[in-house]
Design a protein around this ligand. Structure first.
Ligand code: SF4
Ligand code: SF4
Length: 487
């Protein structure tokens, strides 16, 4: 049975084995269990879901076993087929029927015992499956309380309510306002690539509507539309003031919009509602540091890492904050730890490259930028690698390939190749770009023109934004040149 088959709103396969029989490939038999003959609908018999089949001898088996429909013949629950699932999961004992197919585990709860899944040992096992799914993407869990679906997501359980006939539950990966992947689940209509429109929310509980607005907000934030995201998150909190994920996500979007006081307030509310959620605390720490409340932010990072010592993102963010506060050694240690935990963490890889560059560890910086370029072939990392290798004293350093550096870095690469002069390269920079002046500074520095180099580095610093790679490295170069940061 698949997750789609496991939709009580739609026809599903079901059927009891005979009392002493076992399906092909199974080492277990149904015995006295007949629970699937109640929980699922049988199209061929016009049997509704959640009602006993008229042919079922409850606790004994099927009275029409030889003539039972194919839907019944083809269904075997996961407990029957998978010996790794504990004996305690036998449906007649657990009051739950497990299904597993298409990477989704279905936990179908007998409506006469709707809380069965919330009790141990079942609850702990279900949570463990959900937690493994969060790490591997396999075995996502849907709990069916009768016709109502509850999806177990890393950010908390999400009630999808009653899933209409022919509708499906779709999992999707969104991006939160700072670019982290967030798993979400929504109900989609047949053939509809979108999901729950406003009309479909009519009659749903406040919690369901809040969840729907949260999903919409995350989708808007993923597209960079933080104004719309904030509006959706606000609708979510209006329906469910305790939905910490909405406060958390709104805080990040508000930060993106520069509404830092409101962001701090929202992040505090999220932290009050979910005090043991390391992700929420990490975001709050990030916002506090962005607001200049460095000491407060560090304390919250400590708490987040105490709760989840393997949170690569929290290490990375704390490292960023430490670096901005002048603690280069602490920053390098934190970003290094983030990379130990996640070798493919691009932002951490790039940040360590910048930290190494700023500390005149050019060879190490070049290695990090080379790694970053493998992770993100269309980024500017080959250009950074090139400059770091030259600064490390390298000779015969290969120039970045134009096609791998994008249209803007290609201008800079052309400058290093001597095809255009530095002024022309900078003039081609996109609005708001600071890298051009930084690389022009490096261009002059590598040719021994210290004054022109300092002038370009000063230009980067004067334009501000101390969260940019170019700013950090330009400041470090000015220190090494013994030149003032401002003219
Ligand atoms: S026909 Fe038999 S196997 Fe199928 S649901 Fe009814 S009792 Fe169960
Ligand atoms: S729920 Fe599983 S064990 Fe129980 S009758 Fe159906 S297939 Fe057999």
């Amino acid at each position: 049975m698949s997750a789609q088959e496991a939709r009580p709103g739609e026809t599903v396969a079901a059927g009891a084995d005979v009392v002493d029989g076992a399906p092909t490939g199974a080492t277990r038999s149904c015995g006295t269990c007949t629970l699937c003959c109640k929980l699922f609908d049988i199209r061929a018999l016009n049997k509704p879901q959640l009602e006993w089949c008229k042919h079922c001898a409850i606790g004994q088996g099927c009275r029409i076993y030889e003539q039972r429909p194919d839907e019944c013949r083809e269904f075997n629950c996961a407990w029957l087929m998978d010996e790794s699932i504990g004996e305690e999961w036998k449906p007649s004992r657990s009051r739950m029927v497990l299904t597993s197919e298409g990477g989704v585990i279905g936990v179908h709860v007998d409506p006469s015992r709707p809380d069965a899944w919330r009790k141990d040992p079942y609850h702990a096992q279900i949570r463990a499956w959900a937690s493994r799914a969060a790490q591997t993407g396999e075995g996502r869990v849907i709990v069916w309380e009768g016709a109502n679906a509850i999806v177990l997501l890393p950010r908390g359980d999400k009630s999808l309510g009653k899933v209409p006939a022919d509708h499906q539950i779709a999992f999707r990966s969104l991006r939160d306002p700072v670019g982290n992947a967030v798993l979400d689940a929504v109900v989609v209509a047949p053939g509809d690539p979108g999901w729950t429109d406003a009309a479909s929310l009519t009659g749903r509980s406040d919690k369901d509507v809040a969840d729907a607005h949260l999903s919409r907000g995350l989708a808007a934030a993923a597209q960079g539309d933080h104004v719309r995201a904030v509006a959706e998150f606000s609708q979510a909190t209006a329906k469910d003031a305790k939905l910490f994920a909405a406060h958390d996500a709104r805080a990040l979007s508000l930060m993106q919009l520069g509404r830092i006081d409101e962001a701090i307030e929202d992040s505090q509310r999220a932290a009050e509602l979910a005090p043991s959620d390391a992700g929420v605390l990490n975001n709050r720490a990030l916002i506090l540091c962005a607001a200049g409340r460095h000491v407060d932010g560090m304390a919250v990072f400590e708490t987040a890492l105490g709760l989840d010592p393997n949170n690569a993102r929290a290490y990375f963010n704390r490292g960023m904050a430490r670096g901005r506060a002048g603690d280069a050694a602490g920053a390098r240690a934190d970003v290094g730890r983030a990379l130990e935990l996640d070798d493919r963490y691009l932002a951490a890889r790039a940040e360590r490259g910048v930290l190494n560059f700023s500390s005149a560890m050019f060879a190490e910086a070049a290695a990090d930028f080379e790694h970053a370029a493998r992770l993100d072939p269309n980024g500017p990392w080959q250009l950074w690698r090139y400059v770091a290798q030259l600064r490390a004293g390298g000779s015969n350093v290969p120039l970045p390939a134009g096609r791998a550096t994008g249209p803007w870095p290609a201008h800079l690469a052309a400058m290093f190749r001597g095809e255009i002069d530095a002024a022309k390269a900078i003039a081609a920079a996109p609005p708001g770009d600071r890298d051009g002046a930084f690389f022009a500074g490096e261009f002059h520095l590598l040719r021994g023109d210290r004054d022109s180099a300092a002038a370009n580095f000063r230009r980067v610093v004067a334009e501000g934004n101390n969260w940019s790679y170019a700013y950090d490295c330009a400041l470090a170069e000015l220190r090494r040149l013994g030149a003032p940061a401002l003219s």
